[in-house]
Design a protein around this ligand. Structure first.
Ligand code: NDP
Length: 343
């Protein structure tokens, strides 16, 4: 559970969480309820926004899903049904959906039940893939890149946080769509991996660069057509300064602004106007309707080794606080998740 809410400008610490024992039981509600034993849970940067005590600009988050002290943190994951009063789910079913950073989750209410999805037990792909590449990260990359980015063959694409869960997939989808792709990441090892393993055309360590606008000019002498933004702040400002006319900015995340509001981006709106840029945000549930298409195409890419899967798995419930603090420091490569229990 959350022990301490965070101040507006603060990074989370492991001590902001605590472990609690509690009893859960099924009630006979109209929708029915399900208890799931959690196997893998997703560790996502956006949870920091839900932990903030106050936020001047996250009103939507504040009202819908802010976390109070003592509250369990719900999170995407996969698990096995251990009890159900819901006619759609039976004991032993494998499921994916909004579970929690806990050993067992009680799934109740329309939103969470509508998200809960039965998994095929016969699949040849590892169950962990359902959390990342075939879960919300994959759908975020696919839905955002294709719907908002609207790529064309030959487009020049820039992806930030490119070695992360969403970013590495965006870069790989972009390569598979015939685009020229450059990624930014926070250390040398990540940069090498993007170029050597994932086939990015180029990559750079943003921490080595003092003037991001000239850096992007160097990597994109002919301008950027699509910027898939995972970080916001200075990188967003620099990307906008390098966009081609009618370029698309896919506003996916702003991880460099989450801890400190003082990092807010202030893009040059004159550039946006005269270059007729589109900047569009989205949230992954917008694309749930495309899930079947996305999962089928992506599974085929994985099976034919056209798409590399990067997973970064910690073991045990007690590793969740350090896993979470770690992704906001850039410790992870690919999808960060915690395996709560072996199958
Ligand atoms: P990642 O796996 O990419 O992990 C976060 C990464 O962000 C770290 O590995 C780190 O890599 C980078 N990072 C951390 N702090 C900073 C910083 N101050 N400046 C620049 N980079 C930083 O996470 P996800 O793939 O899950 O998420 C990527 C983005 O997508 C996030 O902003 C997230 O909130 C957003 N998102 C949005 C969704 C939506 O519905 N719109 C859904 C899911 C995710 P590095 O070493 O490169 O610094």
């Amino acid at each position: 559970t959350v022990k301490n809410q965070l101040e507006r400008d603060a990074e989370p610490k492991e001590s902001d969480f605590e472990f609690k024992n509690t009893t859960i039981s099924l009630a006979l509600s109209d929708d029915g309820e399900v208890i799931v034993q959690n196997l893998y849970v997703s560790i996502d940067p956006y949870q920091i926004n839900r932990m903030k005590k106050q936020s001047s600009s996250h009103k939507a988050i504040k009202s819908s899903s802010a976390l109070s002290p003592g509250q369990v943190i719900d999170a995407y994951g996969v698990g096995r049904v251990v009890a159900s009063t819901n006619s759609k789910f039976e004991k032993h079913d494998l499921v994916a959906g909004f579970l929690g950073w806990e050993e067992y989750s009680l799934i109740q209410g329309e939103f969470k039940l509508s998200f809960l999805r039965k998994l095929e037990t016969s699949t040849d792909l590892p169950l962990s893939h359902q959390v990342g590449v075939l879960g919300l990260s994959g759908l975020t990359a696919y839905g955002g890149f294709y719907n908002v980015g609207r790529p064309k063959k030959g487009d020049k694409v820039f992806v930030s946080a490119a070695s992360g869960s969403v970013g590495n997939l965006v870069g790989q989808y972009a390569k598979l769509s015939g685009c020229y792709v450059v990624g930014s990441a926070g250390n040398k090892q990540k940069v090498e991996m993007l170029k050597d393993k994932l086939g990015f055309d180029d990559a750079f360590n943003y921490k080595d660069e003092s003037d991001l606008t000239s850096t992007l000019q160097r990597y994109f002498p002919d301008g950027i057509d699509i910027y898939f933004d995972n970080v916001g702040s200075k990188m967003l400002e620099a990307a906008i300064a390098n966009m081609n006319p009618f370029g698309r900015v896919v506003a996916c995340g702003a991880v460099s602004e989450y801890a400190y509001e003082t990092n807010r981006a202030s893009p040059n709106m004159i550039d946006v106007i005269y270059r007729r840029l589109s900047i569009q945000g989205f949230i992954t549930p917008d694309y749930m309707k495309d899930y079947a298409e996305f999962a089928s195409i992506t599974s085929d890419y994985i099976r034919s080794a056209k798409l590399h899967v990067l997973e970064d798995i910690s073991i045990g419930l007690e590793s969740i606080p350090s896993a979470f603090v770690g992704i906001l420091r850039g410790d992870n490569i690919g999808k960060k998740m915690v395996q709560i229990v072996e199958r």
